[in-house]
Unconditional design. Structure first.
Length: 514
């Protein structure tokens, strides 16, 4: 993990720019502008990364590398203005991460350093298998690749290599052609026969590079060919390139497989999600229906209270007179007539409400005047008791072919919401205006409107402006489902100077039927 960075650079501008960019990466950065300052810093502090300029005013930066005990633990990136090929190759022999020419493009150089830091912060190191009978070559490869955050395993025989391939997950294989127990081409062929090893990049190292050998190596399944002795920087670049290629190919293959699976199962997944959505809406509709049934029972009880009291009083009069033997025929006939009238009223009330609860799923020809009058009739006693004025204005009527009872449910819900807010805000002259025009109905109150911050949420499930004991937060959500999903219409909320207006349009439903 890279945490502490030392920037050794005599140019204050470049040094400060580097510090600024590295600090953005949440790294602790120290600066040295001379050879002497750099020596002191390296002696006193253990750095995870050193960015080194080769030419300093009081010494050569390359000499500082000798003072660094382990280039595996302390990484070094050379940032210089000079291109010395011999020195450059020698520094890679020591194990530097990169040799960057800063004067060509400073922004590009900084970006390259940030990419190196990013690769060094990966916790899971990429594992490379080196198959070579030369311990010297294996040590050289380890020297240059381990500082770059790679884990290096080495095998000096084909048998050992095949055993290690079964134990670990490798991102790259570096293969020598001359092995003591098997020729490199034969081992290459053996590896490629196993499907699990087909995608692992294999880079072949060999002391000869005739066209025939290169052709055979590539035909047997190698990805690249490098001739010994190799240029270290070229070797490192190719290793980085092939591992990056392997990762991207693997990621692409996994993504392709996921897309193929998704494509194959898309229809099933869509059907499953649609079914889930329908089941959820069905449950919410039932929940809303139960809540409205409770409200309706309360309304029925309210309308029954007066006639039941009258019947009770009439029965009491009969009982009182009978006990005193002064119940005359005329009085008895009148009281019985009154009781029959009250019973008829009770029966009519039940008939008025029971139609609303019938689960009609068939469409029928109707119009918004019929629908609104049904809703107003069912709520008229509640409105009368609370002194709420209800005005119905009919501009033009047009027949619609839709689910009448469900639309009545929506209108009742909007009217009950208007009733609740008018009472809650204690409006002096509470009023609800209903305007019908062809296939649209607008219901407005004079309660001041819905606050702007709540307007986008008003149709969300379980969202309510009422206290929990007074509202479920499902009414307007269900209303939206009924109007837009079942009836293929539109429902919208707007505010006027006086209050909130709900507009329901069923013209789209009519167009579909045509």
């Amino acid at each position: 993990m890279i945490k502490k960075v030392l920037v050794i650079e005599d140019s204050k501008i470049i040094n400060n720019v580097l510090k600024k960019e590295l600090t953005k990466q949440k790294l602790k950065v120290e600066q040295a502008f001379t050879f002497h300052e750099a020596q002191k810093a390296i002696k006193n502090t253990k750095f995870h990364l050193i960015i080194l300029d080769l030419h300093l005013p009081d010494g050569e930066g390359s000499e500082l590398i000798a003072n660094i005990q382990s280039l595996t633990k302390t990484k070094v990136v050379v940032l210089t203005s000079f291109e010395y090929d011999d020195l450059r190759e020698e520094l890679f022999h020591y194990g530097i991460l990169d040799y960057i020419i800063k004067d060509k493009n400073l922004l590009y150089s900084i970006n390259e350093i940030l990419k190196i830091i990013d690769s060094l912060t990966v916790h899971n190191k990429d594992r490379i298998l080196v198959i070579d009978d030369s311990k010297f070559i294996c040590k050289q490869i380890r020297t240059v690749l381990e500082p770059r955050n790679y884990t290096i395993n080495t095998s000096h025989t084909a048998k050992d290599a095949l055993n290690k391939l079964q134990k670990y997950d490798y991102k790259l294989i570096i293969l020598d052609m001359e092995l003591p127990d098997m020729h490199g081409l034969k081992l290459l062929e053996t590896i490629r026969k196993e499907s699990i090893y087909l995608d692992i990049p294999i880079v072949v190292l060999s002391g000869t590079a005739t066209p025939e050998i290169v052709r055979d190596v590539l035909k047997y399944g190698a990805n690249d060919y490098i001739k010994k002795p190799f240029v270290f920087e070229e070797f490192i670049l190719k290793i980085d390139l092939w591992i990056d290629y392997f990762k991207k190919e693997k990621q692409l293959k996994e993504t392709t497989q996921k897309l193929e699976f998704l494509n194959t199962n898309l229809e099933k997944l869509v059907q499953k999600e649609v079914q889930k959505s329908r089941e959820k809406d069905r449950f919410l509709l039932l929940q809303s229906r139960h809540a409205q049934m409770g409200e309706m029972i309360s309304m029925i009880a309210h309308q029954w209270r007066q006639p039941l009291n009258a019947i009770s009083t009439a029965v009491g009069v009969i009982d009182f007179k009978m006990k005193r033997d002064n119940l005359d025929k005329e009085t008895a006939t009148r009281i019985i007539k009154d009781i029959k009238r009250y019973v008829t009223y009770l029966s009519t009330t039940i008939d008025d409400f029971k139609d609303f609860f019938k689960p009609k799923k068939e469409k029928n020809l109707t119009n918004l005047e019929i629908i609104c009058n049904k809703a107003i009739f069912l709520l008229k006693h509640s409105f009368k008791k609370k002194n709420i004025e209800v005005n119905l204005e009919i501009k033009e009527i047009k027949e619609i072919y839709s689910y009448e009872n469900e639309i009545v449910q929506v209108i009742i819900n909007i009217l009950r919401n208007a009733e609740d807010i008018l009472i809650e805000k204690k409006i002096t002259h509470p009023k609800i205006n209903i305007e019908i025009s062809q296939e649209s109905v607008t219901i407005c109150d004079n309660a001041g409107g819905v606050p702007k911050k709540l307007q986008e949420k008003i149709f969300d499930p379980y969202f309510s402006t009422k206290e929990k004991k007074h509202g479920t937060g499902l009414g307007l959500y269900i209303a939206k489902i009924i109007i837009e999903d079942h009836c293929h219409g539109e429902i919208q909320l707007t505010n006027t100077k006086e209050g909130a207006c709900f507009n329901i349009s069923l013209s789209k439903s009519h167009e579909e039927e045509i």
